[in-house]
Design a protein around this ligand. Structure first.
Ligand code: NAD
Ligand code: AHE
Ligand code: ZN
Length: 380
């Protein structure tokens, strides 16, 4: 197949707010510094649904969504040295070129190498590798893992051990790494400190992963805030110590932030928004301790939405920050996370509540929106 166009199945979004349709797509061979991957498994994330809804200003159609995938390298273009055919890999929507201003700064995992073209849905040379019914299809987040074969930039892929099951490692391509990294890398000066108090708003895959990271770093109290009571048990399973349902548990005159401040002698050391709701983001910031409490925004809010709070909240020492992919540098740090998983130090299997074949991918989105789903893994 090397050097030839491959025809395979993919889930295509032809327009906004439409179901995906399974199509035969043509996947061109990788050009220089590109990698063609046979995708074995992909997760389904809210960010896919967000783009498919038409609300993402960077979303355009027709497109092949998906950004949480694991597979095996089928072939590589000229000049690729970081992976080779046969390698087990995870696709990275946050690239790492190791050479740009961002990569060299030591301050961020964001990379400037391919971000501009990635946001336009094309490869770094400005063109697409996908065709269907004579039309070019756009790439999504530099990954497009809803295709049985995809082409990504070499800086957007990392090789991992072939001992790790790909139906699990796919989830390290987004949700788990995002929450875990936010807790152990982004928060504070390189992670939550031992003994710190933490509140996690939203106990989905991302929030539960924050809990997992907070436990790893020795947090003394981990309060989960979720409007779904069923998440209490989930949060406990990952090590959360307390649970509040703001839709049911608040007394007259109480807000979620005042309740949390009361529970923690003045507020939390760290709070995390894992909902994407801008009102929740405000509560999370205001639940932080005066003088030093930090709130980390992970959730993706729709275009046009804005956050607000009294500037006094920041004047009095609370800090608002955020991260993409947990602040994790994919090529440098993801292999270690996979090893942690293999050594029983990182929970991954526990997140998988649903499975679908590619033909059932629309049901995977249906599953995701049901309250009992943490992650649905699609077998490509
Ligand atoms: P999820 O839907 O599985 O979980 C969200 C949880 O929030 C649910 O349990 C829900 O009941 C709860 N919730 C909803 N409204 C709430 C409210 N008002 N108060 C408290 N809890 C509330 O989602 P997920 O997969 O865990 O993703 C969470 C968010 O993170 C999404 O917005 C997603 O797009 C975003 N995300 C961001 C990144 C990043 O790199 N920044 C990566 C992955 C996902
Ligand atoms: N394009 C959207 C923003 C989407 C967004 O914030 N994406 C996150 C990852 S979410 C993964 O599930 C991200 O990586 N952001 C940093 C970046 O460079 O995109 C919009 O609203 O414009
Ligand atoms: Zn995602």
């Amino acid at each position: 197949t090397e050097g030839k166009t491959i025809t395979c199945k993919a889930a295509v979004a032809w327009g906004a707010a439409q179901d995906l349709s399974i199509e035969d797509v043509e996947v061109a061979p990788p050009k220089a510094h590109e990698v063609r991957i046979q995708v074995y498994y992909t997760g389904v994330c809210h960010t896919d649904a967000y783009m498919m809804s038409g609300k993402d200003p960077e979303g355009a159609f027709p497109i092949i969504p998906g950004h949480e995938g694991a597979g095996i390298v089928e072939s590589v273009g000229e000049g690729v040295t970081n992976v080779k055919p046969g390698d087990n890999v995870v696709a990275l929507y946050t690239a790492e070129c190791k050479e740009c201003k961002f990569c060299k700064s030591g301050k961020t995992n964001l990379c400037g190498a391919v971000r501009a073209t990635q946001g336009k849905g094309v490869m770094p040379d400005g063109t697409s590798r996908f065709k269907c019914k004579g039309k070019d299809l756009l790439h999504f987040m530099g990954c497009s893992t809803f295709s049985q074969y995809t082409v990504v930039a070499d800086v957007s892929v990392v090789a991992i051990t072939d001992k790790a099951p790909m139906d699990r490692t796919c989830l390290l391509g987004c949700g788990i790494t995002t929450g875990y990294g936010a807790a152990v890398i982004t928060a504070g000066k390189g992670g939550i400190e031992k003994g710190a108090t933490v509140a996690v708003f939203g106990a989905g895959c991302v929030g539960l992963s924050v809990i997992q990271g907070a436990v790893k770093n020795g947090a003394s109290k981990i309060i989960t805030v979720d409007v779904n009571d069923a998440k209490k048990e989930w949060a406990q399973k990952f090590g959360s110590t307390d649970f509040v349902n703001p839709a049911k548990d608040l007394k007259e005159g109480e807000t979620i932030q005042s309740r949390l401040v009361d529970m923690t002698d003045g507020g939390l050391d760290y709070t995390f928004d894992c909902t994407g709701n801008v009102h929740v983001m405000r509560s999370a910031l205001e639940a932080c301790h005066k003088g030093w409490g930090e709130s980390i925004i992970i959730g993706v809010a729709a275009a046009g939405q804005e956050i607000s709070t009294r500037p006094f909240q920041l004047v009095t020492g609370r800090v608002w920050k955020g991260c993409a992919f947990g602040g994790v540098k994919g090529r440098t740090q993801l292999p270690d996370l996979v090893d942690d998983y293999m050594n029983g130090k990182l929970k991954v299997d526990e997140f998988i509540t649903h499975r679908q074949p590619l033909s059932g991918i629309n049901s995977a989105f249906h599953d995701m929106h049901s309250g009992d789903c943490i992650r649905c893994v699609v077998d490509m």
